[in-house]
Design a protein around this ligand. Structure first.
Ligand code: ATP
Ligand code: MG
Length: 166
């Protein structure tokens, strides 16, 4: 049904990530609860060091949390099994790492390609950026600060990449 929310693809609960470097502890995630729905396009915004990459690395099975859980389509990710995480990544996850700063024309092309995959294949898509205008292409925007999601915004309409004032 058109207005019915799609099923939850990823469910993170009470995620905490502490990096320990000798005597120094870095609290990268301080308790993150978030759901990503099937086919949803989510944009993550927030200052450098606020935990965006840490969250996506954990949701994508590239890193493990200090505590907390991640469920993919209802099933808990087995964080203590490298083999299980490897299979999860191989079967269900794709990462695209950007090659430096893009000019607006190339940036829009990249966003259009991401959007096409999101729409045509129905992939759940999470995009990290420092360019706040890109948030307008999302279904939902998550704002990070100091290892927490401090605000979320649901977009009533999604703007096309070509309409963004870069
Ligand atoms: N492998 C690591 N070892 C130690 N500290 C780390 C590691 N990865 C991230 N951190 C620290 O964790 C915190 C969160 O980092 P993270 O990379 O998630 O931030 P971010 O929001 O993605 O920042 P950016 O916008 O710069 O990419 C930062 O203080 C960072 O220095
Ligand atoms: Mg990052």
């Amino acid at each position: 049904m058109e207005n019915e929310a799609s099923a939850i693809a990823l469910e993170a609960r009470e995620l905490i990530k502490i990096y320990r470097m000798g005597a120094v502890e870095v609290h990268a995630l301080r308790g993150v609860d978030v759901d990503f729905r099937e086919s949803e396009l989510i944009v993550l915004l927030g200052p450098s060091g606020s935990g965006k990459s840490t969250l996506l690395n954990i949701l994508g099975g590239l890193d493990t949390p200090t505590s907390g859980t991640v469920r993919f389509r209802g099933q808990a990710l087995t964080m203590d099994s490298e083999r299980a995480l490897n299979l999860y990544r191989r079967n269900h996850v794709g990462f695209v790492f950007q090659f430096g700063a893009l000019d607006s024309k190339t940036g829009i092309l990249v966003l259009e390609a991401i959007l096409k995959i999101n729409r045509e294949l129905g992939t759940t898509t999470a995009l990290i950026t420092h360019n706040a205008v890109i948030a307008d292409i999302a279904n939902r925007v998550l704002y990070f600060a100091d290892g927490r999601i401090v605000e979320t915004r649901q977009n009533a309409v999604q703007r096309a990449p070509g309409e963004l004032a870069w």
